[in-house]
Design a binder for this molecule. Structure first.
Ligand SMILES: *Cc1c(COP(=O)(O)O)cnc(C)c1O
Length: 236
């Protein structure tokens, strides 16, 4: 494991390579540096290396870390995305901390976000899809997504900007490709349906072990933690 700056450079090279392979513009892919379980100092190191966008999966941890980062060198430049499950009682805080919620996994959560959103600025959200149809995973089943989005589309205060998935754990990155492709195809289909007020501009997919494959399949947001900050000791 190199330094955070070295890792950052390597990840950007891998993203550029994947874009070259798939004839995509690297400007269309944003790296979300997943800093969960890592201290504010690690975030500040990444900021010093040019990274601006960070992902956290727990409101409580983010609430503690964000002010520490903001007080550090360059810390005000950090932007924060929520990538993990959101409990109803944390919604109010979440809308204040995060500029994008990747993990809307129920219409009830969308309604709660809508009620708490800070008007007039709508909160961008992504709809989480369980592409691998795993019983223990969060997200809508692929065949439920259209109806759910049609229900959520008219909610004030939130704006649906795309889809997100966490595919099944596989041994080889290549084995994740069909799941990424399925999410991209679903987004394409929904775009074709044309639901008022809904955009399919973002595809949040790909993690440390498979983000290059996700980029080849159209990811616009890759969520990379351990490949950037090193392995996590707690199993989050
Ligand atoms: C932890 C986490 C990641 C990052 O995982 P790595 O394998 O460390 O890159 C990405 N997405 C979600 C939803 C996560 O919870």
């Amino acid at each position: 494991m190199g330094t955070v700056s070295d890792n950052l450079r390597h990840i950007h090279q891998q993203i550029a390579l994947a874009c070259e392979k798939s004839a995509r513009d690297p400007g269309q892919v944003r790296l979300v540096a997943v800093s969960k379980t890592k201290p504010a100092s690690a975030v500040l190191e990444a900021l010093a290396g040019g990274q601006r966008l960070f992902g956290e999966n727990r409101v409580q941890e983010a609430r503690d870390k964000i002010p520490l980062v903001a007080a550090g060198q360059g810390g005000e430049d950090a932007q924060w995305h929520l990538i993990g499950p959101l409990q109803r009682n944390k919604v109010k805080e979440a809308v204040q901390l995060f500029s994008l919620v990747h993990s809307v996994d129920s219409t009830a959560l969308a309604e709660a976000l809508s009620k708490r959103a800070v008007k007039p600025r709508p909160l961008p959200v992504l709809i989480q899809v369980n592409v691998g149809r795993e019983p223990q995973k969060k997200g809508f089943m692929p065949e439920q997504v259209q109806e759910a989005i049609e229900q959520m589309a008219s909610l004030d205060g939130i704006r649906i900007r795309g889809l997100m998935t966490v595919p099944p754990v596989v041994a080889e990155a290549e084995e994740a490709r069909p799941y990424f492709r399925a999410l991209a195809q679903l987004a394409h289909t929904l775009e074709g349906v044309g639901i008022q007020g809904v955009e399919m501009a973002e595809l949040s997919m790909g993690m440390s072990h498979d983000y290059p494959v996700a980029v080849e399949e159209g990811a616009t947001l890759v969520r990379v933690g351990s490949a950037l900050f090193g392995a996590r000791t707690s199993p989050l």
